[in-house]
Design a protein. Structure first.
Length: 183
């Protein structure tokens, strides 16, 4: 019966905290023909020699407390934090033509990046649940190692999900998140 009480304690103290932040880079364009060039010049997002216009990065951290009861090491509290940072362009223009293109394209870019964020938040919740579901262990070092093993497995899966999503959508092109489709 004591073991069940401990599990209830873990459930009551478990939570996933999501922190979102935004880093904007400014783009100035007055003509439709300049917009893509200026985005490419001002974007800080470069991977393998390619320039991207939006990015979502994540940092997921898991923390837990444990105690020993009846010679068993039990988790008593869990906190999982997902820090999500969006890097996106911000337009400065007086051109109606540029604004019209921006207003068609930009929401699709944001939607693509939000899917990456959703994957990270889903993974944070899976990490929290996986830690909560761990049984007790006779050795606390073994419990700690198992917590990190299950969390790292989910982090590896998250990285794979993001890669597959970008491959399937060609980094958002099939979802309308590529500006060149509107020019």
């Amino acid at each position: 019966m004591l073991f069940c009480i401990c599990l209830a304690s873990v459930s009551a103290n478990a939570e996933v905290i999501v922190n979102e932040s935004y880093d904007y880079y400014r783009v100035y364009a007055e003509r439709k023909g300049e917009l893509l060039d200026f985005l490419n010049v001002f974007s800080p997002i470069q991977t393998d020699g390619k320039v991207f216009h939006g990015n979502t990065s994540h940092y997921i951290n898991w923390d837990f407390q444990w105690e020993t009861q009846d010679e068993q090491c039990l988790i008593t509290a869990i906190t999982v934090t997902a820090d999500i940072t969006f890097t996106l362009p911000e337009i400065y223009t007086f051109s109606d033509e540029v604004s019209a293109i921006w207003n068609q394209w930009y929401p699709k870019l944001v939607a693509h990046e939000n899917t990456h964020a959703d994957y990270a938040i889903q993974t944070a919740r899976e990490i929290e649940q996986s830690i909560r579901d761990l049984p007790s262990y006779p050795d606390c070092d073994q419990l700690r190692a198992e917590v990190h093993t299950v969390a790292e497995q989910r982090m590896n899966r998250l990285n794979q999900m993001n890669k597959e999503y970008d491959l399937q959508t060609n980094h958002g092109e099939t979802e309308g998140a590529w500006l060149k489709s509107y020019l």
